[in-house]
Ligand binder design. Sequence first.
Ligand code: UD1
Length: 447
Amino acid sequence: MDQNNGSVGKTYAYEIKGGTPLKGDIEISGSKNAALGVIAASIMVDGVCTLENVPDILDVHVMFDLLRSLGAKVDALDNHTYRIDPTSINTFRASGPLVSRIRASYYLMGALLGRCGKASIRLPGGCNFGQRPIDLHLKAFQLMGAKGARPSDINSGIVNLEADPLHGARIYLDIVSVGATINAMLAACKAQGKTEIINAAKEPHIVDVANFLNSMGAHIKGAGTDIIKITGVPVLPGNFTYSIIPDQIEAGTYMIAAAVTNGDVTIHNLIPTHMEPLSAKMREMGYQIEEGDESIRVFRYNYDEEVYPTSVKTSPYPGFPTDLQPQTVVLLCSADGQSRMHENVWQNRFQYVPELAKMGANINVYERIAWVNGKTGFRGATVEATDLRAGAALVCAALEAEGTTYIMNAQRIDRGYEHIVQKLRDLGATISRVNHTPEYGEEDTEA
Ligand code: UD1
């Protein structure tokens, strides 16, 4: 079993025999978070569009099912190419259980508001790493004239928004939020007049969603900077093809897997500038990071040389991505000395540390800082993927570990990593999916 795309509701484990340096070449898939934003945005097109480089992962399939539940036609041309025709959408309501399976279902608020002037959406799900409010999303909609956007308007977990009409606004985000930036941008594309989003998030997938919207006729300027300006248009004509950017977090995870196994891996189909926060830290630690136009090779000239400890602080792009924080803690475990990881985005994103400790890690967490004592080595153990990126960190540790590791609830990892088992096998890893014991509970939602 090495496919991961259709496993809704199934639970299983990864069995990994560690200790083999990863070697060879690997291709990165399309970005999960960009794809989720773009697919939601596609319902605003007044025509059809074709998406290429769509990652074949569970969360994307859930998002497609959500579109189908609204009445859109979604056809797979191959595993990574989809034709979307939203002209048959016949409802502005998305309140079924699918909505709470993925966090990114919140993008349907902005997209449906833009398309229909109304949206009735169940609150999204999400990995549990602290409070995940959507107050900034709602504030943006309220400023654009939507009624029902006050937190007190939320009724039985359903947000009912209506704007007559939706109008442009000056929106200041007091916290840099990826989701609120994209949601405000979506609604603003069809609002009357001009919108300015100030203190906008700058993540690569925000630029990708903006490029996609501009391809369908939207007028968005400044995506990728902290002020985004949008002039609303009444129609977004369709009939175009758009290719999703590569996944920054998948690429970073394989860079770390290569490093901790003392491997030599060239990672293709990535954008090296997106990797700069990680590449800079890895260089500081003594790893060789060789950049090509669309590739990065990770290796070391001498594997016996010291790996230097460092300190890392997560922050919005172009800062160090929080979604690489757990995997990077595994990397810090390989350093000769004490390193520090400061989680600055999420309140509670060190839940995986006790799992790493079962494998031999020596990490002390105090509030938002993890002090990582390196060079303790990893040993095989039975551990649980508490969420998607935590699971990816355990995979990195297991690949390095002496002995065999069982990672329970590995379906959580498959939510965001296309064909991870096959990709790692191609690099020489010994990994397979196996049935797991039921006491680890059922599947949750994504990051
Ligand atoms: C997105 C990513 C997630 C990543 C995160 C930060 C998707 C589907 N998920 O999540 O993988 O970890 O960006 O890079 O793209 N906040 C508020 N009020 C709001 C919204 C956010 O206070 O209305 C706070 C959050 O609690 C958090 C911070 O802002 O502390 C950043 O959150 P945000 O950027 O919105 O994360 P998501 O869009 O949910």
